[in-house]
Structures are given as C-alpha cells and as structure tokens.
Design a protein around this ligand. Structure first.
Ligand code: ADP
Ligand code: MG
Length: 389
C-alpha cells in the first residue's frame, strides 16, 4: 500500500502513467477530547497511514475518479456537482461525495478544479476514528491545487475540506481532522487552538508508538448524546455569565473561578463543564511536558483524561473502560484513554516502541477474554501531513 500501488492501479485503469502522486494521512488525537466545540485546545498528530491519489489532467471536461478500495469509478463534471450526479445522470456513489465536495468547496472559493483522471486508495481504516474522510479530502485538495495552479496554505485547505464535509457531505465535524492531515509533521504532535486556529508542533520522542485500539463497538443514536453534551456546555456558559460577564465559551473560564462557582451549578452541568475546563488545562500542561520529553507525566494526563471522560463527561462504556484498564497495566504503556465522541470506537495509547508489539498482543488477548470481542489494533507513528510525492 503506497505510491507504487497507486501508480500501477492508475496504469491498469487508464493505460498511461500518472503525472503525479499525492499522499494525505489520517490522524489520532493525544489529548483534548470534547473541547473543540468549546473553543479549546487539542493535540492531534498525523499518522503513517494515508490516502494516495495517482492523477493526471483529463483531456476531457469530465473527471474520472476510481476508488480502488471500492473497485468503483465515478465520472462527473461541474454541471452535476450540486445535484450530486454523474455525467450519465446516475447518482454519485457516497464515497465520491468527498472528492466532489472538495471540488464544490474549491469552486465556491473561486479556485480552479480542472478535470482529472485519478485512482485513489488508502490504508486508513474507514469509520474507525482515524479520520479516513479527512485524509481523502486533503489528498484531493492537494491534487486540485497541483492541477489548478493556485496555492493555498495547508490550514486554508483544511478549512475548505471542513466546509466540504459540513456543507456538501453533511457531516458536522470540527477542524481538527483536516487540520492534522494537512499540517502534520514527522515525530510531532500539533497543539491547535480551536478558537484562533494558531498552532505549534511539539516533539514526540521517536521511541514512542501511538497505538489505536478499536473496541469494535459501534453505538447507534449517539448523536443525541453528543448534542446533549454540547448543549450542557452552552447552558453552563449562560449560567456562569452572571458572575463572569466576559465569557463566550468554557474556554474563557479559569479553573479557580470554576471551582468557586461550580457549587451553584446543577450537578450534571457542573460535571460536564468541569471536564472541559480541566481538559483544556491538561492540554495546556502538556506543552512543557512534551517540550521536556517527559512522556511519563504526559501519559498521566492521558490517564486523567479517561477518568474525566468516564466519570464527569460520562461518554465511556464498559468495553472502552476495559480496553483502557488492561492497557494501563501493560509494560511500556505511558497512558491510555478513550478517544473520539465515545459510546464505542477507539482508545489511544502511548507506548514505548520496543514494547509495542508485545503490548498489542497482550491487549488483544486481555480484551478478548474480558469482552468476547476481537479488537482491531493499529501501531502508528507521527508522520508528515499532505504532500506531493
Ligand atoms: P472516519 O472516521 O474514518 O473519517 P467517516 O465516516 O468520517 O469515518 O468517513 C468514512 C467515509 O469516507 C467512507 O464511508 C467513504 O465514503 C470515505 N472514504 C474513506 N476512505 C475511503 C477510501 N479509501 N476510498 C473511498 N472512500 C473512502
Ligand atoms: Mg471522518
């Protein structure tokens, strides 16, 4: 799975060699959970799993894009974009909404999107919390930038990808996924301020692995829970405004003030907002720890994050708790926590590289005997963001 398979797949389908190859990675988030919609700080990293596109300008005005992983082509042009239809009038397959969404967002921004022949494939697992969708979007943003002859910064391309996913695909995501895919750096985590969009990179020692463990539990109807949490945060801000008139989000609430005022809040709101305020504090703390290379202490922050998500934000489930507890007892594990919205999905673990394969083996065994489920576990490292190869 790499640029060579993209090239050979392209030759198979189109009968000539592609002009260029792009690569755009998936991502993990080390710390800063459920804080993006509170204007907070997050700490993602791009990973060494990515989407590859081999592409050339088309001699026609139609783009032909083949999703190798679905073994399916989509043929479209500007005319069918808003109707989400192909040139023969049939509906675009769902996966094609990501590339065509990008095309739509780029055109809305006045950027050229020349027709292309392309094949793409990916080793980012789909729907597993590693952001396969953002990797597809950021790969196509860069492919069209290359063909269109314009230049936008990685952050600007990330914002265009988010717009495509929000407004064309119809998924209400924040900026973190596209940002990490576009701006990733090898062996670095990225500290992103979700309010100002300022960011800086922080070193991750080469000796640690990022291990993602998928519980394989997928809870349905969790969007209600997600919206509940968002509303709780907003409600708390409104209540706290009586005492802290300047605040517009939980980001603006200092822990000292919060501790004084929390007693006056309904207990559920107090728990929810305490998670957010303390989690933003943890991400703040992580900066000096990672700069000093103190992965031990940093791992403790990840462990604290899990307890907070479990007991205060209440988005964990027994399978996630089991995966975290087993991990925390294994050799070489610095920290483990649930990641993503919760109620299923994955944990993220920071593990000493030399123990990583043993860790994976023992975690899988422990989780299976505890739950009867077979987990999917991925060893990753922090990698570069979207690039032309
Ligand atoms: P994730 O958490 O992995 O981003 P999403 O549900 O947001 O999960 O996005 C997954 C969707 O992105 C897939 O259903 C598909 O439409 C698209 N996608 C991701 N990877 C690929 C791929 N390799 N080929 C085609 N489409 C893909
Ligand atoms: Mg996604």
């Amino acid at each position: 799975m790499d640029m060579n398979s993209a090239t050979s797949q392209f030759k198979n389908r189109f009968g000539y060699s592609p002009a260029r190859i792009v690569r755009a990675p998936g991502r993990i988030n080390l710390l800063g959970e459920h804080v993006d919609y509170n204007d907070g700080l997050v700490l993602p990293a791009a990973i060494d799993r990515a989407t590859y596109i081999a592409f050339s300008p088309s001699v026609t005005d139609r783009s032909t894009i083949v999703a190798v992983d679905f073994d399916q082509p989509a043929v479209f042009s500007v005319e069918g974009l808003s109707a989400k239809s192909q040139t023969d009038g049939s509906p675009l397959p769902e996966w094609a909404h990501y590339p065509t969404g990008l095309m739509w967002a780029l055109r809305e921004a006045g950027l050229a999107t020349p027709a292309m022949d392309a094949v793409f494939l990916s080793n980012v697992p789909r729907g597993s919390g590693l952001s396969s969708s953002a990797s597809v979007e950021m790969a196509f943003a860069l492919a069209w930038q290359t063909l269109g002859g314009w230049t936008r910064s990685p952050m600007e391309r990330a914002l265009l990808g988010q717009k495509a996913e929000n407004q064309y695909v119809g998924v209400n995501c924040g900026i973190m996924d596209q940002f990490a895919s576009a701006c990733g750096e090898e062996n670095k985590a990225l500290l992103l301020d979700c309010r100002s969009l300022e960011y800086r990179s922080l070193p991750l020692p080469e000796s640690v692995s990022l291990v993602v463990a998928d519980t394989t539990v997928r809870r349905k109807l969790t969007s209600g829970e997600y919206n509940n949490r968002r509303n709780a945060c907003e409600e708390t801000v409104n209540l706290l405004k009586d005492d802290l008139p300047g605040i517009t989000s939980l980001r603006d609430v200092h822990l000292d003030d919060f501790n004084k005022l929390a007693k006056g809040l309904p207990p559920e709101l107090a728990r929810r907002s305490r998670h957010v305020v303390e989690e933003i504090g943890r991400v703040n703390q992580s900066q000096s720890l990672l700069e000093a290379g103190d992965v031990q202490q940093f791992g403790q922050l990840m462990n604290q994050c899990h307890v907070s998500l479990r007991d205060l934000y209440e988005v964990s489930i027994p399978e996630l708790d089991a995966m975290v507890e087993i991990a925390q007892g294994l050799r070489g594990c610095y920290g483990a926590r649930l990641t993503g919205a919760g109620f299923g999905g994955c944990t993220i673990n920071l593990v000493e590289r030399e123990h990583a394969s043993e860790f994976v083996e023992r975690l899988a065994k422990g989780y299976e005997s505890n739950t009867g489920l077979h987990p999917e576990i991925y060893i990753c490292r922090a990698s570069d963001g979207a690039r032309l190869l």
